[in-house]
Design a protein around this ligand. Structure first.
Ligand SMILES: NC(=O)c1ccc[n+]([C@@H]2O[C@H](COP(=O)([O-])OP(=O)(O)OC[C@H]3O[C@@H](n4cnc5c(N)ncnc54)[C@H](O)[C@@H]3O)[C@@H](O)[C@H]2O)c1
Length: 481
């Protein structure tokens, strides 16, 4: 759906009017396009005491081919950058006035062990934030607080959340700010995640906290060193899902069609599922992607067995539970049928399908399960007791199953979209719709592709250490924040 205010506010007249009336000025977000470089511009590096992730950052900077500048807080960066043969220079605070020079700000706070050591974060962002360009990226790196050796270290690492979320709210101009906690031993597994947060693919993901652990002990999806492993120099970052098979439910339209299209663009063979009445749209979507269309009602009792049978021969690597419905009414007016169908399609069907695919080993070891939740499932919403219950259940599934699936190397995560421009949100009454659209750091709704790109990152072979997590795709919505 179109956001006509966004277009208006970005016209010369509209921009002037919005400024004079104090109205929000949503930025036209820079999104990933295959015909444009994914990474360019200068990246400023900052660091706290004894940073442990600079080596990983140097590998990343080398791999994405950007030029770095070292803030004075990152004294170790210059020698390290030279050792890696990176193009690098020193960031001069005097450059702070030169608006928009920087594409990203990266701060390694992994060695911060006490609240008295947080000052370099202030120095770095104080000096650099005004130089960060439109749609720039901020990534703060730390250690998972719960794994810290002392309460003081835990406290200091936990404090990074407040900083990062505030930066996201302060920066505006389409800038995102996210916090990545990298566990000890996971330093070499961070690249796919850092690439995502630095890329235009994460245009509508801000204020999020993601943990990378050392990866599952189970069998990886591809043998180490094989071209399909991101640790191999031959790995093709433009086709990370080559050779993978992905099931996407609700693929006929909206977010599901976009997920199917992004996963296919990254090399996966996509099997799209949707209800029989949406068969024409489903066939049309999957035909374009050289995928496979399966017309099933996922809530039907026989659906799990039918889906398992349809996938059996070749198995599957990625399962995306996207199909979902709303049947909104306040609870006093909500019928049993409206309650039950929403719980059944949005939650029960996911449980039954996963059970069938896992029991028969059709979802291969090293696989990925990704559920689509909602910020309604986090915050609750009047008129959506059924929907919010189902979407909070999706979060519960992720949290309850992550450790049990770890032994098979299978990750399970969920995305929680905020306001996304689709036929589902087009049904919302105008005033509520406008509020949902603007009440976030981007002052606009997201696009289906924003959810799809986030799912593609979670499906990535390099995301083996990301499990049990809920990532909001909401432009840092104030709802449920
Ligand atoms: N649009 C948003 O702002 C938003 C926000 C948060 C979460 N979500 C979630 O994202 C997902 C996709 O939403 P959307 O906006 O693209 O919705 P949509 O209504 O445009 O698409 C949903 C798709 O699921 C299919 N589907 C519904 N019931 C099914 C069933 N029983 N079996 C098989 N397929 C079925 C529909 O036919 C449709 O193609 C949903 O889970 C939704 O709850 C959307």
């Amino acid at each position: 759906m179109n956001d006509s205010y966004l277009k208006f506010a970005n016209s010369p007249f509209g921009a002037r009017l919005a400024r004079s009336l104090g109205l929000p000025k949503p930025e036209v977000l820079r999104r990933y396009r295959a015909d444009r470089p994914e990474f360019d511009g200068l990246v400023a590096i900052g660091a706290g005491r004894e940073p442990r992730l600079l080596e990983a950052l140097a590998n990343l900077v080398a791999s994405i081919g950007v030029t770095s500048v070292a803030h004075e807080s990152a004294g170790l960066w210059m020698p390290l950058a030279h050792r890696h043969g990176l193009m690098t220079g020193r960031f001069q605070p005097a450059e702070a006035g030169s608006q928009g020079k920087l594409a990203a700000l990266l701060f390694d706070a992994s060695g911060v062990e006490d609240s008295s050591q947080l000052a370099p974060l202030h120095a770095f962002f104080h000096d650099t934030l005004r130089s960060l360009g439109k749609c720039g990226r901020i990534v703060v790196l730390g250690r998972p607080p719960e794994a810290c050796a002392s309460p003081r270290q835990w406290t200091a690492q936990r404090a990074l959340e407040g900083l990062t979320r505030s930066l996201g709210k302060e920066a505006r101009r389409g800038i995102t700010a996210n916090l990545v906690y990298v566990a000890r031993g996971a330093e070499g597994s961070a690249e796919a995640t850092l690439r995502f947060f630095l890329s235009p693919r994460s245009a509508y993901v801000s204020g999020q906290v993601v943990r990378i652990d050392a990866g599952a002990p189970g069998r990886p999806a591809a043998a180490a060193g094989a071209p399909t492993s991101p640790t191999s120099p031959a790995f093709d970052w433009s086709q990370p899902l080559a050779g993978r098979r992905a099931v996407v439910t609700g693929a006929a339209r909206g977010i599901g069609a976009s997920i199917a299209s992004v996963l296919a663009a990254e090399g996966a063979h996509v099997i799209g599922i949707d209800i029989p009445s949406a068969r024409d749209a489903l066939d049309a979507t999957l035909r374009q992607l050289n995928g496979t269309a399966l017309a099933f009602d996922i809530a039907a009792p026989e659906a799990p067995a039918q889906i398992a049978a349809a996938l059996d021969e070749q198995g599957v690597d990625i399962v995306v539970h996207n199909a979902g419905i709303t049947k909104d009414k306040t609870i006093a007016k909500m019928t049993d049928a409206a309650w039950q169908s929403v719980i059944d399609i949005n939650l029960g069907a996911q449980e039954r399908i996963d059970d069938a695919l896992l029991a028969a080993g059709i979802l291969r070891d090293g696989g990925r399960i990704i559920g689509v939740s909602s910020i309604s499932g986090i915050a609750g919403n009047p008129g959506q007791t059924n929907y919010a219950t189902s979407k909070a259940g999706v979060i519960g599934r992720v949290q309850s199953m992550a450790s049990q699936l770890r032994a098979r190397g299978i990750t399970i995560n969920a995305v929680a979209p905020g306001f996304i421009e689709t036929q589902m949100t087009a049904k919302i009454p105008l005033t509520i719709r406008e509020a949902g659209r603007r009440m976030n750091s981007m002052s606009q709704g997201g696009q289906p592709v924003d959810v799809a790109q986030t799912i593609a990152w979670l499906a990535h072979p390099g995301s083996a250490g990301v499990t049990g997590q809920i990532v909001r795709v909401c432009g840092q919505s104030l709802i449920g924040a």
